[in-house]
Design a protein around this ligand. Structure first.
Ligand code: HEC
Length: 172
């Protein structure tokens, strides 16, 4: 039994040393303009989805679906988000910052998040996404403002005329 445990410990220690050596070797790229590997994408996606599953609020959006709230959402988006996530022109409006970031921020008018639960959008906006360019806004926007943004994102592709006109005016 002791020999077995010593063997397991040796394998773990050797594995950790090899992993450390690999990181030190420079073979794993740290640049933002490389194509990410499948394992990296899988690990990041699995971790994010698991976090959203356990941590994102499940209930309905406490901010009511009104034209005034959607207008406020458009305004907050224009001030804080269009720089990275684009305008109503979608992909065509990607800024130089958006083009250079890795992982790339989705241009939300073309790669919409309307099918995401609003609680998931709320969580991403409030807490940000680790090791990506997505900042956490919990320190600068109120919960009310974050839910208002989530409301706008949910209805981005079917806005009533007033908010739609304001959305068309947003520039980045
Ligand atoms: C500095 C650039 C930057 C800014 C500013 C920014 N984001 Fe992001 N955002 C990102 C990046 C990069 C990602 C992709 C993260 C990933 O790969 O998981 C992202 C992801 C998201 C997602 C998830 C989209 C999806 O389904 O994949 C949402 C929703 C989002 N951001 C909302 C916002 C909102 C709302 C604001 C403004 C309050 C904002 N972001 C501001 C860079 C930014």
């Amino acid at each position: 039994m002791r020999g077995f445990i010593a063997g397991v410990v040796t394998v773990i220690v050797v594995g950790l040393i090899c992993a450390y050596g690999l990181l030190q070797s420079g073979l794993i790229p740290a640049n933002a303009d490389a194509k990410p590997g499948g394992l990296e994408l899988w690990a990041a996606g699995t971790s994010l989805n698991a976090t959203l599953r356990t941590a994102a609020p499940k209930g309905p959006n406490p901010v009511a679906l009104t034209d005034a709230n959607l207008l406020e959402g458009v305004k907050l988006y224009g001030q804080n988000c269009a720089l990275c996530h684009g305008t109503a022109a979608g992909e065509a409006s990607a800024s130089p910052i958006a083009k250079g970031l890795y992982p790339a921020p989705p241009q939300l008018a073309s790669e919409g998040v309307e099918d995401d639960p609003e609680g998931a959008s709320y969580w991403r906006i409030k807490h940000g996404v680790r090791l990506t360019g997505m900042p956490s806004w919990g320190g600068t926007l109120s919960d009310q403002q974050i839910w208002t943004l989530a409301l706008f994102l949910k209805h981005m592709d079917k806005l009533p005329p007033g908010p739609q006109a304001a959305w068309k005016q947003v520039r980045n």
